[in-house]
Design a protein around this ligand. Structure first.
Ligand code: GRF
Length: 222
């Protein structure tokens, strides 16, 4: 008999390319996770179309219809519960969550962020990496804690910043890696291979690999 799959709800706000990567990776009944609902705080976004196209429930909880963050989060909680979600992935979800919601999903909610945390938390991070003259940026999958972009890191990928990069070109290069490490991280979680200890993530009870170094050292430095 096949083992039951981890029931995952994905929260989105926009294009949903990370959602698509998760959908593609979870397709097939032998994957240990199953996306049971996709919830957007913005009506009409492409992420909702992607969910429908994959036969996944697509729900809009428009934050503008709620007087405060608490009532909005309560509605999201209801939507997740009614889908029977056991785990949450934030995939380009652009709202701050209340501490109560985050606590409820503590250890059961992960996010993808387009920088190498703890550098460049928050918004507009690709431009900020360029402006700072960073030679490398990348992306991070991490557990969500009440403080934004701070939780235990599951996986990272390194991406070079080119001299002539715009925020858009760097974002596109980083996104390619997001689409690789987010599904891989969810799989680890769903396989039960991830544990948080002392604020750090352990994979198979050892320190998790840091993701791939995509930029081999120049010939002269080898
Ligand atoms: C990604 O860069 C993600 O890291 C950030 O928002 C962007 C969402 O892109 N949090 P998409 O909606 O997954 O295409």
């Amino acid at each position: 008999m096949s083992k039951s799959r981890l029931r995952v709800g994905v929260l989105v706000s926009g294009s949903g390319s990370n959602l698509q990567a998760l959908i593609d990776s979870c397709s097939g009944t032998d994957h240990p996770a199953e996306i049971v609902t996709v919830i957007s705080n913005r009506p009409g976004v492409k992420a909702l179309e992607r969910a429908r196209a994959a036969g996944i429930e697509a729900v809009t909880v428009d934050h503008k219809a709620y007087p405060d963050r608490e009532s909005f989060d309560a509605e999201m909680q209801r939507a997740l519960d009614s889908a029977g979600a056991e785990f949450v992935c934030l995939a380009g979800f652009m709202r701050l969550l209340t501490p109560g919601f985050v606590e409820h999903w503590s250890g059961r909610m992960i996010n993808i962020h387009p920088s190498l945390l703890p550098s460049f938390k928050g918004l507009n991070v690709q431009q900020r990496a360029i402006d700072a003259g960073a030679r490398f940026s990348g992306c991070t999958v991490h557990f969500v804690t009440p403080e934004m972009d701070v939780g235990p890191i599951i996986q990272q990928a390194v991406v070079p910043v080119h001299q002539d990069d715009s925020a858009e070109s760097l974002a596109a290069r980083i996104l390619e890696q997001e689409h690789r490490i987010y599904p891989a991280s969810l799989r680890w979680v769903a396989e039960g291979r991830i544990r948080i200890e002392g604020g750090r993530v352990l994979l198979d009870n050892a320190a998790a690999p840091a993701g791939s170094m995509l930029n081999p050292a120049p010939e002269s430095a080898r």
